[in-house]
Structures are given as structure tokens and as C-alpha cells.
Design a protein around this ligand. Structure first.
Ligand SMILES: Cc1ncc(COP(=O)(O)O)c(C=O)c1O
Length: 402
């Protein structure tokens, strides 16, 4: 039977992941430096807190609303306002997850064959979400300079917009901060992106799931909540904000010039009405869950800072061939190491010889080798042990050279 070409990419299973599975199956130890699941990294909620939040009387009833329950939207808007990012709950639409929010927006903005521009390096999820909507994700370049960090390469972005992908481009996606570079969007970058979008009739999608998880932010980072110069959609959800990927809820905050934003919101309601996928129980739980937001955030930021410090301590000794890149925020730090072999071989060697599972840079379309993405959410003891094993693996190459 012929399946849709939209799922062609699913055939390409990641060999490294398969090998990790085999190791686990054999009972061999694996240090997972790619851990991105907070519930397996010491951030699982107490069952009592979850039970209390999910015990609302209203869970017995179904009151469908394509925008999602007003009480949940208000609780989310209040929490955003408390963190200095006010949002209008009337211009917010709830759905099952941030990933689903992308699928709604691609349906809203794109015809099959249209494109959206996404940052490179970036997380491959967005290419998949776009492909599932028959939309092309065209990468725009982020550049790294030391010690400034990452920024948008505007010459490359304009070149892209002037080429075939630009002709059918419908939106620029900003991941704010980006995964795995950890880079926020800054005021000067936003002004330039807004200008490009205004000139070319593009929308902005700003994914802010990691926005509150700042580490070493540069001056001038901005949120796009409430941005009103061009049609703007800001995405977020509970998976990251509350470390609750098992109780997902995502949202889209819509802003822009009055008429345009209102029209987009009405059309989004039509899309949402076909799915009505935001669960009643998690929407009713939202106010109680969000009460713990500050403590979840504080614990996570403490963990991120501790892990980053551990990686620097182990890998950035005098004369070290490794470098931990500037990291403004998010749950990942990029480590640059000598390219003694192609990244894929290094990643396999790390797994086979040291039991280290870590995503190599090519996984995120890094332009050069060798880079590896280190999780910032694993317990610091584990992070230190894994970093020392990582160092030992590269030390053996160094010894062979000397
Ligand atoms: C930047 C970013 N946005 C969105 C998502 C998906 O979030 P959700 O679980 O709400 O679909 C991820 C998942 O890792 C992510 O890294």
C-alpha cells in the first residue's frame, strides 16, 4: 500500500538511537547526555499535587470551546503577566501541545508546498511538523561568534527570502530561545525580522517554551508576546514550563494589527473546532498547576546552572581542546571538541567505549564538526560523571597523537 509522502522522513531511523536501545537491552550502562525528559531527571511531580490539581468537579462535564476554557486561559495569562510578559486571554487559543500549535498554524498560514523559515542549527522536530502539513521548513542561518554568542545571519536570511523558498514563504519561525543553541531573540534582531515580515507579508511564529529558563542571557533579549507590528503568534505549553510533558497543554497567543489578528484568531478557532483537543482535566487543573510554576522554575534553573558549571569545570581546563559555547538559556549546552573522526563515528565511539549517549551536532544541522549537545537537566552528579567519561574518550585520541 502506498503511504503519504508526508511521512517519508519517518523511515530514516536514527542508528545511534537504535544502538543505545541495544545497549540498554543488554543491561549495559548508558549515561544519557541527551536527556530531555524532566520527569526522568528528578523533576517528576508528587502524586498528591497532581491528584489535587486534577480533582476538579468540572471534570465531569464537557463544555467545548474552540479557544479552550476561559478559566484556563485566564490562569495562563495571569502567570505570563507575573513573569513580565502580559498576554490577552481573549487572544489566546489552547490546544493539546506546542507541537500541535505548530500544526494549527501551518494549516492556517500555508498551502501545500509553501514554506516556513526555521533557524539552523535547530531541533529537527520543526521539519517533521512542517512535512506532516506538506509544508517545507527552509533553514535560515544562525552564526556564532566568541564571546558574543549566537545571532541571526541577516544577509543569509535575505538571500533565502530572495530565492525559491522565499517566494512561497509564509512565516519566519523564531525559537526564543533556540534549541540547541540556547540563543534568545534580541531587540535589534526583532526589529529587523519585523521589517522583513512587513515588507514581504510574512507572519512571525515565536516559540517561547524555554523563555523563562534563562542562564546567561545577553542584554536586550525580548519576548514577542503582544508584538503588534506584524501578525505574530507566540507558542508555549506545560511540557517545559511546568515540567509536565505527561500533562500537556499548549497555547497560541495571537497579536498584530487589530483586524489581521482578529481574523487570524477566528480562523484558528475554526481549525481548533475540528479537533477540540485540549483536555478538560488539564484545563481545569491549570490554575492549581500554575501555582507551582515559580518553584518548578527555580529548581530547574538551579539545575541548569549547576550542570553548566560542571561541564565547564571538567572540560575547560587550561589548554583544553574542548569549549562549552555561550549559553543564554534553554535545556541544552553545546560543546565543541576536536574532530578526531567524523561526528557520527565519535558519537558511536562514545557510546561503545564509554556508554555515553549524546546527540552529535549534525543532528541539529550544525555547519561544522565536532559539536555535541549536552543536556542541562540531568542530576549534576550524573552530568559530572558523564563529562569525565567524555573527556577520557577524547584524551585517548590525544595520547595517540602525541
Ligand atoms: C523548542 C521546542 N518547542 C516545542 C517543543 C514541543 O513541545 P510540546 O511537548 O508542548 O509539544 C519542543 C520539544 O522538545 C521544543 O524543544
Amino acid at each position: 500500500m502506498k503511504l503519504s509522502s508526508r511521512i517519508d522522513f519517518l523511515a530514516a531511523r536514527n542508528g545511534l538511537e537504535l544502538e543505545r536501545g541495544e545497549r540498554v537491552g543488554l543491561g549495559l550502562p548508558v549515561y544519557n547526555l541527551s536527556q530531555s525528559n524532566p520527569t526522568r531527571a528528578g523533576f517528576a511531580w508528587e502524586p498528591e499535587a497532581l491528584a489535587a490539581a486534577f480533582s476538579a468537579e468540572g471534570n465531569r462535564f464537557y463544555s467545548p470551546d474552540p479557544k479552550g476554557l476561559a478559566s484556563a486561559r485566564k490562569a495562563i495569562a495571569d502567570s505570563l503577566a507575573a513573569s513580565g510578559r502580559p498576554a490577552d486571554p481573549e487572544r489566546m487559543l489552547l490546544c493539546a501541545s506546542t507541537s500541535e500549535a505548530y500544526s494549527y498554524l501551518f494549516k492556517l498560514l500555508c498551502d501545500p508546498g509553501d514554506s516556513v523559515l526555521v533557524p539552523r542549527p535547530g531541533y529537527p522536530l520543526f521539519d517533521h511538523l512542517a512535512a506532516l502539513e506538506s509544508v517545507r521548513a527552509a533553514g535560515y542561518r544562525l552564526e556564532y561568534s566568541h564571546p558574543r554568542g549566537w545571532s541571526i545571519d541577516f544577509a543569509a536570511l535575505e538571500e533565502l527570502l530572495d530565492g525559491p523558498d522565499g517566494e512561497r514563504a509564509r512565516a519566519i519561525v523564531l525559537i526564543n530561545p533556540n534549541n540547541p543553541t540556547g540563543s534568545y531573540v534580541h531587540g535589534d534582531e526583532l526589529a529587523a525580522v519585523t521589517e522583513l515580515c512587513r515588507e514581504r507579508g510574512l507572519a512571525i511564529i515565536s516559540d517561547e517554551v524555554f523563555h523563562d529558563f534563562s542562564l546567561e542571557p545577553r542584554e536586550g533579549r525580548v519576548s514577542l508576546l503582544g508584538a503588534d507590528e506584524v501578525l505574530t503568534f507566540v507558542l508555549d505549553g506545560f511540557s517545559k514550563k511546568l515540567c509536565l510533558p505527561q500533562a500537556k497543554l499548549g497555547w497560541i497567543a495571537v497579536s498584530g494589527s487589530g483586524d489581521e489578528a482578529a481574523a487570524a484568531l477566528s480562523a484558528l478557532e475554526l481549525i481548533s473546532d475540528a479537533f477540540l483537543s485540549a483536555g478538560t482535566a488539564v484545563m481545569n487543573a491549570a490554575p492549581a498547576l500554575l501555582e507551582r510554576e515559580r518553584s518548578v522554575l527555580a529548581a530547574m534553573r538551579e539545575r541548569m546552572a549547576a550542570d553548566l558549571a560542571v561541564y565547564r569545570e571538567v572540560l575547560e581546563y587550561p589548554g583544553s581542546p574542548h569549549r562549552v559555547l555561550a549559553c543564554e538559556g534553554g535545556w541544552t549546552a553545546l560543546v565543541q571538541s576536536p574532530r578526531f573522526a567524523p561526528e557520527e563515528d565519535l558519537a558511536r565511539g562514545l557510546l561503545r567505549e564509554e556508554g555515553i549517549y549524546v546527540h552529535p551536532g549534525f543532528f541539529f544541522d550544525m555547519e561544522k564538526e565536532a559539536y555535541f549537545a549536552f543536556s542541562l537537566i540531568i542530576p549534576p552528579g550524573e552530568a559530572g560523571a558523564a563529562a569525565r567519561k567524555y573527556k577520557a574518550y577524547f584524551d585517548r585520541f590525544l595520547q595517540r597523537i602525541r
